[in-house]
Design a protein around this ligand. Structure first.
Ligand SMILES: Nc1ncnc2c1ncn2[C@@H]1O[C@H](COP(=O)(O)OP(=O)(O)OP(=O)(O)O)[C@@H](O)[C@H]1O
Length: 424
């Protein structure tokens, strides 16, 4: 549908794009990403015919862009620019009607019943029909954005070019707009090329992405291929983490604020409290945890960890809680970077194991830790032993690999907790 090849150009005396080539298929939702000033809008302006490249070619529907008349081009491409601050004295309905301009025959440019039907549909889809008689300047930024989208849809284009379409929209309208675009691309063979600043939305909705950096293509391809941690860090010069979305197989970028200048946190016996009824470790900041406990099992964050010895269930909001046999049947100590607490469970065959990691570990390392603890417990006990396991990490300081963590857990467990298994 759209082929861009060897594009160079920009503004008088200032070249922006350097050798940009890509193609977009019919029905694709194609995202353009890149830091401020990387050339995204310049590229979109060239595709929409607003800016002439110095070098290179753009083909739409197999035809060179230079061979289209303005009116022909307006019939097949619609542009939703970054919201302009100047707003003319048009009503919402009049603004949406302008989308039909390129399709009207004759110089009078009147809309007919067919045009009216399409205008009404576009307003209904974008939810702007309720204020169709209002003037544009009486609307909020987000409402106006939806009016311009309705105008673009009323144009019934083959290619829709969007410059940050979700700008000014609240969370639910961002989702509604992108769901709508996604549906339209599929059902109406519409091709969407859209600039995104929000990498997570681009990841969720785009079929493919193009990442621009200083006017050049840094990466192009599927979302997972383009949104690689090191590449995004380098291009955006910022510290991010990438995690899979919990419900759909798409990567999501997570910003990490600069750390406050706090004293490095060390989890050790100085914050571990033990009475005859219970043992508790409460941390000054939440720890990242993976826990298979009786109460509070989770993958998440926690700052309160409790083992209780009484018969009465012992609940504390938000805490990870496990029943244990007695304060005597409990051991603790530090091995390498890990503070370990172990206790015999309420049932004799159970061993509860808590590992507090003074370092940074990945999600995969958490899993490796759980597996290592569980295997070692069964191995040392010589039987399949129950009980809860907690891996908790301060997520500050040095990174610890999964392999190293597993080794520390195995050795630390034997050194500090193994005695419990011998009934000592
Ligand atoms: N009309 C113009 N005349 C001269 N230079 C311009 C003009 N418009 C943009 N530029 C410059 O061209 C470069 C690319 O701008 P462009 O608007 O394409 O970036 P962008 O990636 O869309 O940025 P943003 O994310 O900030 O919208 C920038 O350095 C910008 O200053």
């Amino acid at each position: 549908m759209l082929q861009v090849s060897g594009l160079y150009g920009g503004y008088p005396g200032f070249s922006v794009l350097k050798d940009v080539s890509f193609s977009v298929e019919t029905g694709e939702l194609f995202g353009i990403l890149g830091p401020n000033g990387s050339g995204k809008t310049t590229l979109l302006k060239m595709i929409s015919g607003l800016l002439t490249p110095n070098q290179g070619e753009i083909f739409i529907n197999g035809q060179d862009l230079r061979n289209y008349s303005t009116k022909e081009l307006a019939k097949i491409t619609a542009v939703l620019p970054q919201v302009a601050s100047e707003v003319f004295a048009y009503t919402v309905r009049e603004t949406v009607s302008l989308g039909r301009y390129a399709h009207q025959r004759g110089w009078l440019g009147r809309t007919d019943a067919h045009d009216e039907k399409i205008i009404n549909e576009a307003m209904a889809l974008t939810g702007v029909e309720i204020f169709q008689d209002k003037l544009l300047h009486e609307l909020s930024g987000g409402e106006r954005q939806r009016v311009f989208l309705a105008q673009a849809l009323a144009q019934q284009p083959k290619i829709l070019l969007l410059d940050e379409p979700t700008n000014h929209l609240d969370l639910s309208f961002q989702k509604d707009l992108l769901d709508l675009l996604k549906k339209w691309t599929r059902e109406h063979d519409l091709t969407v090329v859209s600039i995104f600043h929000d990498l997570n939305l681009a990841s969720l909705y785009c079929d493919r992405l193009l990442l621009l950096n200083e006017g050049q293509i840094s990466a192009i391809g599927n979302t997972g291929d383009v949104l690689q941690r090191e590449r995004i860090r380098e291009v955006y010069e910022t510290n991010i983490d990438i995690q899979p979305h919990p419900k759909v197989p798409k990567p999501q970028m997570i910003l990490r604020p600069d750390e406050d200048k706090v004293k490095p946190l060390k989890i050790n016996e100085s914050i571990f409290k033990k009475t005859k009824d219970y043992a508790e470790l409460t941390t000054p900041i939440p720890l990242k945890v993976m826990a298979t406990s009786t109460v509070g099992a989770r993958i998440g964050w926690c700052e309160r960890f409790i083992m209780y010895f009484s018969d009465e269930p012992f609940g504390k909001d938000e805490a990870i809680v496990m029943p244990a046999k007695s304060s005597e049947m409990m051991r603790h100590g530090t091995y390498q970077d890990i503070f370990i607490i172990a206790s015999t469970g309420r049932q004799d065959d159970g061993i509860n194991l808590w590992f507090f990691v003074n370092g940074i570990i990945s999600d995969e390392a958490f899993l490796q830790g759980i597996v290592a603890a569980s295997e070692e417990r069964a191995l040392v006990a010589g039987r399949s032993s129950g009980g809860g396991i907690v891996i908790a990490s301060v997520q500050k300081g040095e990174s610890i690999t999964g392999e190293l963590l597993a080794e520390y857990i195995r050795k630390g467990f034997r050194e500090i907790a193994g005695v419990l298994l011998n009934g000592q």
